[in-house]
Design a protein. Structure first.
Length: 251
């Protein structure tokens, strides 16, 4: 990586404050929008499945269940047209609908190509995981590609203090926001703010950021991409959660 930006540890205090504010703003705007986005996702799924809801099947039904509420989550008997609707719904959500979500997700990830890494080195200097180094190695051993790539470059910081020194603002913001235990890592291949093994860097480096909802260091040039696609990414996230709910209730 080219040494065109100074290390985060060299920031003066007003820059530090600005960086922290930016990170918190990123997080809060996402958090504030989530409830609204979740409702939007729920209504959208509901509208999609209502399109093939049967119309007045009870008028010709011989089972006569006497169920008053003809909701998708009703306890309909076998042979009931609403029961078929439930089966259809599940197959639709798990199939065609989910595929559309996957396509949209691929499209928003492709939009990342419109932006270029500014080579600040922050993602190499401080990486975080919910897993300890041992857990990551076990996951890698069991075939998890991401973990395999991760442990091929990153090593744990000796202490939280060291991790904090690498990027105090990012460290502090993550600490305030993430409730679960977090483990901090760095890549020893970062030398003078340049990747010393650039040609052989693994996919996790080439594809960073991997998650459109991930909180990024404030200097990361992909913040602009993330800002543009955050709403749609959250909508997809919410829809996937809702599909899981439908699966549990109807499966
Ligand atoms: S291998 Fe290179 S690009 Fe990947 S984390 Fe290390 S220094 Fe950064
Ligand atoms: S934090 Fe973002 S801009 Fe900086 S090196 Fe990593 S990917 Fe590039």
């Amino acid at each position: 990586m080219e040494n065109i930006f100074k290390n985060a540890g060299e920031n003066n205090s007003s820059e530090e404050k600005e960086e922290k504010t930016l990170l918190l703003d990123q997080y809060n705007s996402l958090k504030d929008s989530y409830k609204e986005i979740f409702m939007e996702a729920a209504f959208s799924i509901r509208a999609a499945i209502d399109k093939f809801k049967p119309e007045n099947p009870c008028t010709i039904c011989t089972v006569k269940c006497n169920l008053e509420k003809k909701d998708i989550f009703g306890d309909f008997p076998v042979g009931c047209a609403y029961k078929d609707w439930q089966v259809q719904t599940l197959s639709f959500l798990e199939g065609e609908y989910k595929q559309k979500l996957k396509n949209t997700y691929t499209a928003i990830m492709d939009k990342k190509e419109d932006f270029t890494c500014n080579q600040c080195g922050d993602c190499c200097r401080l990486a975080v995981s919910e897993y300890s180094y041992e857990q990551l190695k076990q996951r890698a051993y069991r075939g998890d590609k991401f973990s395999e790539d991760f442990v091929s470059v990153f090593v744990p910081y000796g202490s939280e203090e060291e991790a904090k020194n690498a990027n105090p603002e990012y460290f502090e913001t993550l600490g305030n926001l993430v409730e679960d235990k977090t483990y901090y890592y760095y890549c020893p291949k970062l030398k003078d703010n340049l990747c010393s093994d650039y040609e052989n860097r693994p996919d996790i480096c080439k594809n960073f950021p991997h998650n459109p909802l991930k909180l990024l260091p404030s200097r990361c040039s992909y913040n602009e991409w993330r800002k543009r696609i955050a709403k749609i990414a959250m909508l997809i996230n919410a829809k996937v959660d809702i599909i899981e709910f439908y699966k549990q209730k109807l499966g």
